[in-house]
Design a binder for this molecule. Structure first.
Ligand code: GLA
Length: 382
């Protein structure tokens, strides 16, 4: 649970004054559309109640002072010293100040005292939550007029160029643009968006989010390797991105490398699944999405090869215990699964997965049920 009184108290003890305001940005789950974003494809995430919150205020010495309520550390960085590639947790905030300044925005010094209840390394976009909360904070503190989609893009610049993780726009777009009770359909090429109601409770469903506690990271090699293979395939096929494959069989026949064939098949079929899910969510009962969730998981497991034994066991057990559909969510190699379940079933399914993990000698998972929450913004009052 977030303790905003403790956050404000820490701000006061670091700065000696009240914060000028509190700004927040959420983590997300991706309902469907994995590893499609950097292929100019489609995604359909929704925001979580879990979020990063920053107590912020201007400084007049052209420096950032960055503090996390969870850590006993205070980092002071002169704006002139901001430099891509700097390591450490504070780079998710510092990187945003750098990205804004690189883009020509007049950002001066700031006190940024943060807290977050988005689990770290669980594939729920804890880093995007911090980045997007920082954009919201600095934009308001310095009166910057930046459109929401551009805020997401700037947060992504921080992640790609400053932190050094070669990710797409999914996480930052979700954290910035999502609305309560809705999923966000995003075309990652045109950047067109549409909010899609996800009335899970009204239709008698709930969404289990279960953290396998197998940590993952995007700064390491596997994510970048997948991305490079997709780009190489697009080049062989003579198209700008895998989004542009129109005839999958014909495209696959032109590729020799077996691994490349599998990666392309995942991306192209996953894009089709997102489009179908988008259509179904608008027109049908949400249970219609369940087979797409299952197919997405199988594709990530067999073709994109980004699942791990804990994740596969969690999905299998969820299905066995009555989940309508289930899949890994996020970048992969660990992290969380989501399972669409009948209302009242999610906790029991979580318990069963915990028991299966115990039998298999895996550590204990953690879980919660998620309802689509709001994107980044200023919280009421300081
Ligand atoms: C991570 C990245 C996103 C996206 C997903 C996979 O969350 O940050 O850009 O590529 O993995 O869908």
């Amino acid at each position: 649970m977030l303790d905003l009184d403790a956050l404000k108290a820490r701000y006061r003890s670091v700065v000696g004054a009240e914060p000028e305001g509190l700004w927040s940005a959420p983590g997300r789950v991706n309902l469907i559309g994995e590893h499609t974003d950097y292929n100019d494809g489609f995604v359909l995430p929704f925001a979580l109640e879990k979020k990063a919150v920053i107590a912020g205020g201007q400084r007049d010495d052209d420096a950032l002072v960055i503090v996390s309520l969870e850590l006993d550390e205070e980092v002071r960085i002169p704006l002139a010293d901001l430099k891509p590639g700097t390591e450490g947790w504070h780079s998710y905030l510092a990187g945003v100040a750098w990205a804004l300044r690189e883009a020509g925005h007049a950002v001066g010094g700031a006190n940024l005292v943060m807290t977050s209840d988005v689990p770290l390394g669980a594939g729920l976009s804890s880093s995007a939550a911090i980045e997007c909360a920082t954009v919201a904070t600095l934009a308001d503190l310095y009166g910057l007029d930046i459109a929401p989609i551009d805020r997401a893009k700037l947060a992504r610049v921080a992640e790609n160029a400053y932190v050094g993780a070669p990710t797409g726009l999914l996480d930052q777009a979700a954290s910035t643009l999502c609305e309560v009770d809705n999923g966000l359909f995003l075309d990652c090429r045109t950047l067109e968006t549409e909010h899609v109601p996800l009335p899970m409770a009204d239709q008698g469903y709930e969404m289990l989010v279960l953290d396998t506690k197998t940590p993952h990271s995007h700064v390491d090699g596997e994510y970048g390797t997948r991305r490079a293979t997709c780009e190489a395939a697009a080049e062989i096929l003579g198209i700008p991105a895998l989004r542009d494959v129109t005839d999958l069989d014909e495209a696959l026949a032109r590729l020799e490398d077996e691994t490349m064939v599998k990666r392309v098949r995942h991306v192209v079929t996953e894009n089709e699944r997102v489009l179908m899910a988008f259509e179904l969510a608008r027109t049908s009962d949400l249970s219609e999405l369940a087979p797409l969730l299952d197919a997405s998981h199988a594709s990530m497991r067999d073709d994109y090869e980004i699942t791990v034994p804990t994740v596969d066991l969690a999905v299998e057990t969820a299905k066995k215990e009555g989940a309508l559909g289930a899949r890994m969510t996020g970048g992969g190699f660990g992290g969380c699964i989501i399972a669409l379940a009948k209302a009242g079933d999610a906790d029991r399914i979580g318990q069963s997965i915990a028991a299966a993990f115990k039998d298999a000698g895996f550590g204990a998972p953690e879980w919660f049920t998620a309802t689509p929450a709001a994107g980044a913004g200023r919280l009421a009052g300081p």
